[in-house]
Structures are given as structure tokens and as C-alpha cells.
Design a protein around this ligand. Structure first.
Ligand code: LMR
Length: 392
């Protein structure tokens, strides 16, 4: 049986981790996978997470199964963090293994409910989106998103393409901090997109993996909250990997907003999907998140540290834009300071990306996406000089 299997293509982002590890150069720079690193290159365990873990170790009395949907306290704390108050009667939800688990469960739910629906993704998007959609055998279409000239949003392209969405189609939207480009819709553009998709009777699927990494915890939820307020049905796949720094704990949530009448049936289907795929969702990370969100002191400390992380990335963006201005004697990389979140797509060719890796030991994804958090004040000028050399 197993001899019939063909080799799978390597995931372009995860492949970089191995290549970087094997590179013997000591001055190599890793700007690949989206993991936050401090100035010393460490991905720290956040203070509030450590404190919650200590408390949990002291107080936890059992490790028996949780519920199929996870712990209700986690789900309601997450719905509150993402949407604010007022959604208890509309929100069905399940805890999932990370944001990827939430995306996967969302797509499976769509497939069960509406097998003919086309899922629209931005061009470009996180490569795992189209990969899972194809794997599930679902229909897929792309809407233009990124302007390769300005490295901003091609908003005319977005509107043109989303005008072709059919009733009942699903549109995957990045709630904040677009991955891989770093280019985001402003509030006015979000309002236009929402009006257009309401008129098309589309179903939004919001991927919210970086809440707190862009303009602030509340600010980064604004677009998702607008979507939640305007559509009768919304799917939201959220991740705690980045904003709580608990990547390997696999902590995410899928929220399905529906009518109060349909909520119990939708919840039953979400529970069913969890049962088919892995029974009970992982609990450790979800429990830490719940403890932090429910405890005023832990929550304040977590928010303060998250804000430090966000401001550090913003300051690295400014430094990089300044250094690129100097190194290239032009303003064509100024967009780096306007982008938000962990990533910026620089607009280099694949050949230039390869030269940066081979000759300068600088690792970025092939589409020239860099992880801003992989930089520090010493490596920013090194990167700027190398970019000027290959693309100057
Ligand atoms: C990324 O885009 O680098 C992250 O979301 C990590 C991943 O799983 O790809």
C-alpha cells in the first residue's frame, strides 16, 4: 500500500527552518518562519504564561478529558477578547489545535454545509490556505490583493474581484496583519469590502492569527468586529500562537456566528468535527489563556508584554525603512514602515532572494517575505546593505 505514495512538495516556510539550521555560518540571519524573537534571538515564554503555568501546576487536580468543544470558560474568554460583549447567543465555538486547526475545521464545516461553495483567497495568502482547500477538494478562486509596484493593497483589484463572488461563496479575509504581505486595508476600505460582500451574500471566513501584533489588541480586532456585526453568518479562525507566544501548545479557536435559533445545531456540528478529527482539543495552552484573560493582574501583565513586542516590531520597521533609504538612496522601501504585523513582502525576485541566502546568509521566504521580528538593531543595517547590493 504505502509504495503507492508520492513524495509531497515541501512546505516553503517550514523548509527554511531546516536550511537555516544546517547553515554553518555564524552571522546568518533567519527572517523565515513567523516566530517572534527578542533582540537576543530568543522566543521568550511570556511572563504571564510562566506565572499561569506555575499556578496551574500547584492547583491542577485532574487531567481527565475536557469537553469536545474545549472548556466553556476558554471559549467565552476568547469570544470576548476577539468580539467584545454581546455575542453569547450567536456564537458557537470549538477549541482547536492552533490557528491551522481552526482553519481546517472551518473549511470542513463549509464543506459539510455547502459542498459547492467556492472559497475565495487573497492573492497572495498564507500558502497553507490553498494547500488545505485543495486537499479537501473544495472549489477555490483568488481575488487580487497586493500591488507589486507600491507594495500596498491593490484596492481597485480587491473590489473588482470580490464583485464576482456568488451568493453563498466563502471569502477568506485576514483580520489584521496580512500574511505574507504586511499590507492591510484601512478602516474605510474594510467598510467598503464589508458592504460589497453583504450585498453579494457572501460568507466571511476571518483568519485572525496576529491580534495585538499590528496596531494594538483592540484595534486589530476592529475589522473582525465590523464583519461580525454586519453578516448573519461568520466564521472566525483565531490563533493564540503569536499573541500569547505559545506556539507549540497548539491553541486556537473556531467561532461560528449564526442565529440564536441555529446555534445549538451548529455547535453540535462543530463538536462532531472535533470528534472525527482528534476528539478533544488540547487543553494546556487554552487553560493558560483562560487563566490570563480571567485574572486582572495576569491580564494586565500579558497586555503590557504584548505591547512591548508590538512596539519593538514597529521600531524595527522604522529602522529598516531608514537604513534602506540610506543604503539605496531612494524612498522605494518606505512601505516597510507602513506595513503592520510580523511580515513584509519586499518585492524582490526569487533569484535575488536566493543570492541573499547563498551569499549573505540571509533567509527569507521565496516570495521575499521577511519576518520583521527576526531582526535586531545590529542586523537591520546588514540586511539593508545586502538588499541594496542585490537590488540597489
Ligand atoms: C508563518 O506564516 O510563518 C506562520 O504562520 C507559521 C506557519 O505555520 O507557517
Amino acid at each position: 500500500m504505502l509504495e503507492t505514495l508520492n513524495p509531497q512538495p515541501q512546505d516553503k516556510i517550514l523548509q527554511l527552518i531546516a536550511m537555516f539550521r544546517e547553515d554553518p555560518r555564524t552571522d546568518k540571519i533567519d527572517l523565515g518562519v513567523g516566530v517572534y524573537k527578542d533582540a537576543t534571538g530568543l522566543t521568550p515564554v511570556m511572563r504571564a504564561v510562566k506565572a499561569a503555568e506555575k499556578q496551574l501546576w500547584e492547583t491542577e487536580k485532574t487531567k481527565t478529558y475536557t469537553g469536545l468543544a474545549g472548556e466553556p470558560a476558554y471559549n467565552s474568554a476568547m469570544v470576548g477578547m476577539i468580539l467584545g460583549a454581546g455575542y453569547a447567543d450567536r456564537a458557537a465555538s470549538v477549541a482547536t489545535p492552533g490557528g491551522t486547526g481552526a482553519i481546517r475545521q472551518a473549511l470542513e464545516l463549509i464543506k459539510m454545509a455547502s459542498p459547492q461553495a467556492t472559497v475565495w483567497i487573497s492573492a497572495p495568502t498564507w500558502p497553507n490556505h490553498p494547500s488545505i482547500i485543495k486537499y479537501l477538494g473544495m472549489k477555490m478562486a483568488e481575488y487580487r490583493y497586493f500591488d507589486a509596484e507600491t507594495r500596498g493593497v491593490d484596492f481597485a483589484g480587491v473590489l473588482d474581484d470580490l464583485a464576482k463572488v456568488a451568493e453563498g461563496d466563502v471569502v477568506l479575509l485576514h483580520g489584521c496583519c496580512h500574511n505574507p504581505t504586511g499590507a492591510n486595508l484601512n478602516a474605510e476600505q474594510w467598510a467598503q469590502v464589508v458592504d460589497l460582500l453583504v450585498a453579494r451574500k457572501a460568507i466571511p471566513l476571518v483568519d485572525l492569527a496576529y491580534q495585538g501584533f499590528g496596531d494594538g489588541l483592540e484595534e486589530d480586532a476592529a475589522a473582525t468586529r465590523l464583519v461580525a456585526a454586519k453578516f448573519p453568518e461568520v466564521l472566525i479562525a483565531a490563533s493564540c500562537s503569536k499573541n500569547f507566544g505559545i506556539y507549540r501548545e497548539r491553541t486556537g479557536i473556531l467561532i461560528a456566528l449564526t442565529s440564536a435559533d441555529r446555534k445549538a445545531v451548529v455547535q453540535g456540528n462543530l463538536n462532531f468535527l472535533n470528534r472525527q478529527n482528534y476528539s478533544f482539543p488540547p487543553d494546556h495552552g487554552a487553560r493558560l489563556v483562560t487563566m490570563i484573560l480571567e485574572d486582572a493582574a495576569l491580564c494586565a501583565d500579558w497586555k503590557a508584554e504584548l505591547e512591548e513586542v508590538r512596539l519593538n516590531m514597529l521600531s524595527l520597521r522604522k529602522q529598516l525603512a531608514d537604513e534602506l533609504r540610506k543604503a539605496t538612496n531612494s524612498d522605494r522601501f518606505d512601505f516597510v514602515a507602513d506595513h503592520r504585523g510580523m511580515f513584509s513582502r519586499l518585492g524582490l525576485t526569487e533569484a535575488q532572494v536566493n543570492i541573499l541566502r547563498e551569499e549573505h546568509g540571509i533567509y527569507m521566504v521565496g516570495d521575499s517575505r521577511i519576518n520583521i521580528a527576526g531582526l535586531n538593531s545590529k542586523t537591520v543595517p546588514v540586511l539593508a546593505a545586502a538588499i541594496a547590493k542585490v537590488a540597489g
